[in-house]
Structures are given as structure tokens and as C-alpha cells.
Write a protein that binds this ligand. Structure first.
Ligand code: FMN
Length: 174
């Protein structure tokens, strides 16, 4: 049985949901898991963990700056323990090349090249955005062609089976 830490960054909450889902999968396999919103938990990985899974989401072409700083600060631990990254974006839904490019940029900025990377579709939460954000996101969605544009609804593009496989592949690597 391993003790696994899942620190994550989230802006609208989808990465937090995915972190909790991964935690549920790992716990169902008998492991101890703690998830942590980096904004609240601070920038240090506490002692005592056997493995780490970092989560971050993409806004305006990049992952959260505070996740980048967290990874930079904890790079020694991340390089020595079994670790993985999951990246949440709309690009991961139908534009893998772009989703990969966000991760490459993040790896370049942090110097951490995780052995396992998950690219997960995020959410379009039109009903929760303010006026301007809703219109900007609708324009982006409409330009992409693969995303929904009815702003009276929210859309979740996360493929939960893929998230489960990611978590189980991580366990296989432990
Ligand atoms: C203002 C804004 C900007 C975004 N920019 C991008 C982007 O540049 N590329 C992308 O693939 N997804 C982009 N997204 C989609 C987010 O990655 C997606 O909504 C994700 O679910 C956010 O995760 P979070 O709720 O954990 O922050 C953007 C979303 C918002 C609201």
C-alpha cells in the first residue's frame, strides 16, 4: 500500500474534480491518498509520501503560474519519487497537438519531465462565467468547431474512463 499525494491547481474547479476522481480510483485499490489545492496547501510537498501526481489546468495558453512555481520548488522530490502530471484543457478535446504543446512549455519552464502525462478535456461552464468571459469562450469554442456554443448550458469534456486508466497505469508503474 502506497501513500500518494495529489497537489493541483484549479481555476474553475474541473481539475479539482479530476483530482478527487483519481483519488477515488487509487483508494479503491487500497492506497492512502491526499489531494491538495496548492492555493490553500502551500508550496511544499509534506514528508511521508511515496508518490506524487500533480494536476494543473490551462488558461490563455498556459498552466497556472503557481503550479509552475510549486513544481520548480519541489523538483528534487518530483524527480526522485514516482510522479506524474495531468493537464486539463479544452485542447485535450480534439486538439491533442495543442494540448501537448502546453505540457512541453510547462516542462521547459519547470525542468520537470514526468514519466507519465495525462491530457484531459476540461469543462466549458458558460452559465458560471461572467458576461465577458462567456462571450470570449463562446468565440473560442465556435472557432475550434469541436466545442459546444449554446451558452445556456455547461459542458464537461472530461473522459472519465481515460482518467481511470491514467490512475491505474500510474499504479502499475509504482
Ligand atoms: C478564461 C479561460 C481561458 C481558457 N484558455 C484556454 C486555453 O488557452 N487553451 C485551452 O485548451 N483551454 C483553455 N480554457 C479551458 C480550461 O482549460 C477548461 O475550462 C478547464 O476545465 C479549466 O480547468 P479548471 O476548472 O480546473 O481551472 C480556458 C478557460 C477559460 C475560462
Amino acid at each position: 500500500m502506497a501513500t500518494i499525494y495529489i497537489p493541483y491547481g484549479t481555476t474553475e474547479g474541473q481539475t479539482a474534480k479530476i483530482a478527487e476522481y483519481i483519488s477515488d480510483v487509487l483508494q479503491a485499490h487500497g492506497h492512502n491518498v491526499e489531494t491538495a489545492d496548492i492555493k490553500q496547501s502551500g508550496d511544499t510537498i509534506p514528508d511521508g509520501y511515496d508518490a506524487i501526481i500533480v494536476g494543473a489546468s490551462v488558461h490563455m495558453g498556459k498552466h497556472e503560474d503557481y503550479v509552475r512555481d510549486f513544481v520548480r520548488k519541489n523538483s528534487t522530490v518530483l524527480k526522485h519519487l514516482p510522479s506524474a502530471l495531468f493537464s486539463v484543457s479544452l485542447a485535450a478535446h480534439g486538439d491533442t497537438e495543442n494540448a501537448e504543446s502546453y505540457v512541453e512549455k510547462f516542462e521547459g519552464e519547470t525542468g520537470w519531465r514526468p514519466a507519465q502525462v495525462g491530457l484531459f478535456g476540461g469543462a466549458l461552464l458558460y452559465t458560471q462565467y461572467g458576461f465577458l468571459k462567456r462571450h470570449v469562450m463562446k468565440k473560442i469554442a465556435s472557432d475550434k468547431g469541436t466545442l459546444d456554443t449554446d451558452t445556456s448550458q455547461d459542458y464537461v469534456y472530461t473522459e472519465w474512463d481515460g482518467v481511470k486508466r491514467f490512475a491505474e497505469d500510474f499504479l502499475d508503474r509504482l
